[in-house]
Design a binder for this molecule. Structure first.
Ligand SMILES: C[S@@+](CC[C@H](N)C(=O)[O-])C[C@H]1O[C@@H](n2cnc3c(N)ncnc32)[C@H](O)[C@@H]1O
Length: 289
């Protein structure tokens, strides 16, 4: 980052935070318990509000992230996703997987959700207290650890996380164990092969985080697969909705789906809320960062 950008960053962040707070008041005006909960989660994330127990858990996970970030251990990954935003992987390639060799540090630095967004997942889970949360894309387990830690503090809830690469699935199980998060299970396999059976065994789904296979059609198809298994008031968070044109198109289709009552476009991620008690659809666009 250039020196000028570094100097300006706090001022830009303050500007966006101020704008975000105005939008949060609009969200609160809808006056449903759940929109207030979303607004509270976003506000707490922006302010980095943590109580003593929350801080203890988050420090522990960030300590883990730190050690993974510097790990030079190699890891061989079968990648069933879309690759980089500029990649043009065919369906065949995504289906058979592309073999990639990296260090654990490289994987953690590039693929794990940064602190800010992981904290938002944590705060959403603290507010909504889901019984069942499903994650698509475990990787090394960082975002999963945030969700599971929030559920531990809630005193209820379990995380089922899906990961295609065998190597990463094995590592994440070990990381959850080291962190003492026994409310997690990792199911290894391609989302397209295992999602239905995972949903059959684990529903109604209260919360889901979709963070893998950033392909337009695949994202829409996973969203549609979730719908019959969702609880009456549930949340799905989509990562990287602005990552490529295809992902933008997928998001537009998802936010316009009739079952989605609140759609929040936070630029990097999208949050959909399903709430049968809300008659009208509300869409918000908030730049937070
Ligand atoms: C961005 S990473 C997830 C990062 C993780 N949620 C975190 O923040 O800690 C995406 C993961 O999804 C997995 N993945 C991508 N496409 C997949 C597919 N079609 N089936 C199964 N796993 C897939 C990749 O192997 C990768 O580990």
């Amino acid at each position: 980052m250039s020196t000028i950008k570094k100097i300006l960053k706090p001022a830009i962040q303050r500007f966006y935070q101020h704008k975000a707070k105005t939008k949060l008041s609009e969200l609160r005006n809808i006056n449903s318990q759940n929109t207030n909960k979303i607004a509270d989660s976003i506000y707490a994330t922006l302010k980095n509000n943590l109580n003593h127990d929350e801080k203890k858990w988050i420090d522990k996970i960030e300590q883990k992230r730190k050690s993974l970030n510097v790990s030079k251990d190699p890891v061989l990954i079968s990648d069933f996703g879309a690759g980089d935003a500029n990649d043009t992987r065919t369906n065949n390639e995504m289906n058979s997987g592309v073999l990639i060799k990296k260090t654990i540090g490289e994987v953690c630095q590039t693929a794990s959700k940064p602190y800010f967004w992981s904290l938002l997942l944590f705060k959403l889970i603290r507010e909504f207290k889901p019984e069942i949360s499903i994650e698509l894309g475990t990787c090394l387990g960082i975002s999963g650890a945030y969700q599971a830690a929030a559920m531990t503090l809630n005193g209820k809830g379990k995380l089922v996380s899906l990961e295609g690469a065998e190597s990463l699935a094995t590592l994440s199980v070990e990381h959850f164990r080291q962190l003492g998060l026994d409310n997690t299970s990792v199911v290894q396999g391609k989302f397209q092969d295992i999602l239905t059976s995972v949903l059959e065994k684990n529903h109604p789904v209260d919360f889901a985080f979709i963070d893998g296979h950033h392909d337009e059609q695949a994202t829409i198809s996973y969203f549609e697969q979730f719908i019959p298994y969702l609880s009456d008031k549930s949340i799905i968070v989509f990562d990287d909705i602005s990552w490529s044109n295809g992902m933008r198109q997928a998001w537009e289709k998802i936010e316009n789906n009739k079952n989605v009552k609140i759609a929040l476009d936070l630029r990097a991620i999208g949050i959909c809320m399903f709430d049968k008690d809300l008659k009208n659809k509300h869409k918000f666009r908030i730049t937070m960062y």
